[in-house]
Write a protein that binds this ligand. Structure first.
Ligand code: S3P
Length: 171
């Protein structure tokens, strides 16, 4: 592996954070999450930022976060919010791994988790599933286009996903 960051992108609930944690266990990398960085900066949950300050404000924080990541993060795994892939400088931050799954499998994964309710509740853009499906359909080719590596994660096993990512990176 070289000194680049690894950026995990993909739709809400696909398992970016979970797979980042599995990657940390299997490598020397440390990981950060862009939503966590934004929440700690604002001292507010993403849901509350959307509600009180609006989505455009959240996107402006994502942009700041992306610029900060480019300048300050090295040799790390960066898991991102589902819309972070739109950041203009994303290619400059590191190698982009798109975690790919169908909309149905993503929902299945969320619903079968012990804290499914919490996972749905904390994501404002998943509150209306018809709208969420529209966002998914709009984004899939964009995710593919920006990705350096595409990893299918439909079987919902974070350890296999992490292994597949490490294998792809070592090629
Ligand atoms: C968003 C995804 C969320 C969070 C915000 C917006 C999106 O992150 O950044 O609610 O636009 O897809 P997750 O992908 O971790 O759910």
């Amino acid at each position: 592996m070289n000194n680049e960051n690894i950026i995990l992108i993909g739709f809400m609930g696909v398992g970016k954070g979970t797979i980042a944690r599995a990657l940390v266990k299997k490598s020397d990398y440390f990981a950060v999450d862009t939503d966590d960085l934004i929440e700690s900066l604002e001292n507010k949950k993403i849901k509350k930022i959307f509600l009180e300050d609006g989505e455009p404000y959240f996107r402006s924080l994502e942009k700041k976060c992306a610029l900060w990541c480019e300048k300050n993060i090295k040799n790390s795994i960066i898991s991102t919010g589902g819309g972070f892939y739109k950041q203009e400088n994303i290619k400059k931050i590191g190698k982009i791994i798109y975690l790919q799954s169908t909309f149905e499998k993503i929902l299945e994964g969320i619903n079968s988790s012990p804290n499914a309710k919490k996972k749905l509740k904390k994501r404002p853009l998943l509150s209306n599933l018809d709208e969420a499906k529209k966002i998914y359909d709009q984004r899939i080719t964009e995710y593919e286009n920006v990705a350096d590596i595409i990893i299918n994660v439909e079987d919902w096993d974070e350890n296999i996903a992490a292994q597949n990512i490490l294998k792809a990176l070592s090629k």
